[in-house]
Design a protein around this ligand. Structure first.
Ligand code: GDP
Ligand code: IMO
Ligand code: MG
Length: 421
């Protein structure tokens, strides 16, 4: 019963989409277990670029795709993505949407935007797609779910009840115009007609596939350090991104998961606010950003860039149970003579640690301790890595005691080297 979780080991945008696309070749199902249209995966196929937000990356390989109960779904984004994929010749008939997933409603987006504005300097830097407010309503048991789209009467009633309260918030707390009931209900009813055919019992579908011995990929969105419980709170997303949540988010037992593949860049990026110990000071930050094309897939925002952080990566190995790593974007470092790698943090009391601080004050005030590795100054287009690039990869896997089995050497679908563990 082979199920593999593919999880981002940093702050998102590690190149998960590309790795899922690669492994989807030999898989039968590709399932998303959390998150929503805050995700943005760029996949380059034969020079053509696909940017996917809501639908699992396996759709590009024509695989059965599942959006699990733990996801939040913006119906308009979902249908726009369906239309775009179909117009480019890709079928979305293989996409299955859990009836238990929660819907991102227009008020969630409005509140996300207004709340960030109100926070001013204290803002989180969200993607403003309504993710936090939607998960908050889910936890408060006020949410509207995909299955509510199937019954127009229930849908209308739920929208009416929710909007009566949300409009008070929008007007009185955030000072923004209220939303119109008829307009929202009308739009939702027309989305419902189209979404109906995608709704399935996805827990049953995945469980049966596993019993039949099919290969299942469980695709994480965001990354470990954005996990609601284990990430750099409050600068996190509003769901559990870690591998353990793959079982909950799909509705299968945790004993069904065999492997956990962590995806990490050969350096680090972060979008939005929050502490970032290895953020590069000086012109090298812009150099990495330009070489790596580090601009957000969803928001177009500039990504902050830092050197590889082995302390944070060790933490990701621990909280996810990572069994192997894909190290992406190694090519981006090819023109650097020397490459710093963070091996420890120095804490405010001057002690040094290889383990991620459990207390946020230590993390906010820690300083990275770097070791400098030699660069390779060669491109990585060959079938084997140049010596110094291979040493860089070994340094990472030795420090973490986890094999690096895949190395990303370019954006295109086939620019990946497979390494023997
Ligand atoms: P995701 O959200 O984790 O799927 O990552 P994103 O798609 O947001 O960001 C990763 C970016 O790096 C995308 O533009 C990919 O096309 C690109 N990419 C992925 N792997 C590699 C690689 O090995 N080398 C280079 N140069 N680009 C890569
Ligand atoms: P993928 O799947 C990088 C970040 C936002 C913000 C925080 C909270 O492409 O790796 P949210 O809108 O989720 O409430 O924002 O999380 N964030 C991401 N950063 N990649 C993502 O997704 C992200 N999804 C959310 O920038 O800091
Ligand atoms: Mg991304």
């Amino acid at each position: 019963m082979p199920a593999t979780v593919i999880v981002g080991a940093q702050w998102g945008d590690e190149g998960k989409g590309k790795i899922v696309d690669l492994l989807a070749q030999d898989s039968d199902l590709v399932c998303r277990y959390q998150g929503g249209p805050n995700a943005g995966h760029t996949i380059v196929v034969d020079g053509e670029t696909f940017k996917i937000r809501q639908i699992p990356s396996g759709v590009l390989r024509g695989k059965t795709c599942v959006i699990g109960a733990g996801c939040v779904v913006d119906p308009e984004v979902f249908l726009t993505e369906v239309d775009e994929l179909e117009s480019r010749g890709l079928s979305t008939r293989t996409v299955h949407l859990s009836g238990e997933a929660h819907l991102i409603m227009p008020w969630h987006v409005a509140i996300d935007q207004a709340s960030e504005r109100r926070l001013g300097n204290l803002q989180i830097g969200t993607t403003k797609r309504g993710i936090g407010p939607c998960y908050a309503d889910k936890a408060a048991r006020l949410g509207i779910r995909v299955q509510d789209l199937l019954d127009p009467k229930i849908l209308r009633q739920k929208i009416e009840v929710a909007l009566a309260e949300k409009n008070v918030w929008l007007e009185r707390v955030y000072g923004v115009p209220p939303l119109n009931l008829e307009e929202i209900a009308g739009n939702l009813e027309s989305f419902a007609q189209r979404i109906r055919s995608y709704v399935s019992d996805t827990s049953l579908l995945v469980d049966r596939a596993l019993h039949e011995g099919r290969e299942v990929l469980l695709e994480g969105a965001q990354g470990t350090l954005l996990d609601l419980d284990h990430g750099t709170y409050p600068f996190v997303t509003s769901s559990n991104t870690v591998a353990g949540n793959a079982a909950t988010g799909i509705g299968i037992g945790p004993n069904r998961i065999d492997r956990v593949l962590g995806v990490t860049k050969a350096y680090v990026t972060r979008v939005g606010e929050g502490p970032f110990p290895t953020e590069i000071e000086g012109p090298d930050q812009e150099r990495v950003r330009d070489l790596g094309g580090e601009y957000g897939t969803v928001t177009g925002r500039t990504r902050r860039c830092g050197w590889l952080d082995l302390v944070a990566l060790r933490f990701a190995v621990r909280v996810n149970g990572i069994t192997s790593l894909a190290l992406t974007k190694l090519d981006v470092l090819s023109s650097f003579d020397e490459i710093p790698v963070c091996v420890r943090y120095r804490l405010p009391d001057r002690s040094e640690t290889e383990d991620f601080p459990a207390h946020q004050s230590d993390f906010h005030h820690c300083a990275p301790v770097f070791e400098t590795l030699a660069g390779w100054n060669e491109d990585l287009t060959g079938s084997a890595l140049p010596g110094a690039a291979a040493d860089y990869v070994s340094f990472v896997s030795d420090a973490l005691d986890v094999p690096v089995t895949l190395v990303g050497t370019g954006a295109s679908r086939d620019a990946v080297l497979s390494l023997q563990p």
